[in-house]
Design a protein around this ligand. Structure first.
Ligand code: UDP
Length: 338
């Protein structure tokens, strides 16, 4: 029995491929390579290049590989971009997820794990934020994911389908053995940009907002190592296989770091300094986003192994250095910054 990983050529998906492959599980990846990378999928893992909303392709893939469970990562992931392109986000994330779920239930797949986001909670949730906090997404991205959660819930009520929704907080780092990492030149998340600044790949870093109502005035986030996140999906799969019920769970560590603390960690771990420019806050950025992460531990028995900011930053640094040292890739990074 095989696990289908949509978006397995992307950043988080490629770490999930490694987690399941390391566990000896048969897997197949479905990715349209619009933002993913063919080389992110190990050569011995079958890759189907195509659209998650292509019903015939999904049904054929499920039958050909005897797919038992699906982990659905494929999505567009930028909140600011979604504000500029809401229809594109609802099409790519919500409509395609609905089409995928319809095809999967028609094909007899009974287990789905879905990538959701802390962005479903909106700008000022109670913190730490539990799964029962009100949902009030501030961007079409967050709304597109929340709608997908609802579609999944409705699908599970109508069909023989169980699911785990995982709401990710801030994902960072890379595979410790450097088999996978952030390959996207346009990645805009803080730890990636700060490590690129430390390596001289970017000219310094901007801090967006230094007058927020937080201890040092900068935004606070719950950063989770991407490999711990992948293992949360493995635990979710185990839960569903054991007959566990459908769940919606936060994925974070339960504590946060400010932007300044991240900058200090990157300087400390890299032993390099880099310029920081203080800029106005970004519209639509929550001040604090920290998970109440107790439910996932109770429900899935998930125990993160890399819950240490310096370790996350160290893996991100080593990956960025390894990946962009290749001269052939440098022009792509320059383009991504433009
Ligand atoms: N941030 C920053 N400079 C950057 C990128 C991000 O100061 O170049 C801040 C951002 O305002 C937020 C935190 O870092 O407080 C995490 O931002 P990121 O974009 O990584 O994730 P988000 O939580 O916004 O999804």
């Amino acid at each position: 029995m095989t696990v289908l990983i949509t978006g397995g050529a992307g950043y988080i998906g490629s770490h999930m491929v490694l987690a399941l492959r390391d566990a000896g599980e048969p897997i197949v990846v479905l990715d349209d390579l619009s933002t993913g990378f063919r080389e992110a999928v190990p050569a011995d893992v079958p890759l189907v290049v195509g659209d998650v909303a292509d019903r015939a392709l999904v049904m054929k893939t499920v039958a050909a590989h005897n797919v038992e469970a699906v982990v659905h990562f494929a999505a567009r992931i930028s909140a600011p971009e979604s504000v500029r392109d809401p229809f594109g986000y609802y099409a790519a994330n919500t409509a395609k997820t609905s089409a995928l779920l319809e095809a999967l239930t028609a094909a007899g797949v009974r287990r789905v794990i879905f990538s959701s986001t802390a962005a479903v909670y909106g700008l000022a949730p109670p913190t730490p934020t539990s799964e029962t906090a009100p949902t009030d997404p501030a961007s079409p991205y967050g709304a597109s994911k929340l709608m997908s959660e609802r579609i999944l819930r409705d699908g599970a009520a109508a069909h023989d389908l169980a699911y785990v929704v995982l709401r990710y907080f801030n994902v960072a780092g890379a595979d410790h053995r450097l088999r996978a990492g952030q390959r996207s030149p346009g990645a805009s998340n803080l730890i990636t940009l700060a490590t690129r600044a430390a390596l001289g790949l970017n000219e310094g870093l901007s801090i967006f907002g230094t007058d927020l109502p937080t201890p040092d005035g900068t935004g606070v986030r719950d950063y989770i190592h991407v490999s711990d996140l992948a293992e949360a999906h493995v635990a979710a799969l185990r839960h569903l296989r054991a007959g566990g019920d459908s769940q919606t769970l936060n994925c974070g560590y339960g504590w946060g770091y400010s932007v300044r603390e991240v900058v200090e960690a990157v300087r400390r771990v890299s032993e390099r300094n880099f310029p920081v420019a203080e800029k106005p806050r970004r519209a639509g950025d929550p001040y604090v986003s920290v998970a109440d992460a107790s439910l996932i531990r109770e429900t899935l028995g998930w125990r993160p192994k890399r819950a240490d900011l310096d370790l996350i930053v160290g893996d991100a640094l080593r990956w960025e250095e390894f990946w962009w040292t290749n001269e052939a890739r440098r022009p792509r990074l320059a383009r991504g910054r433009a």
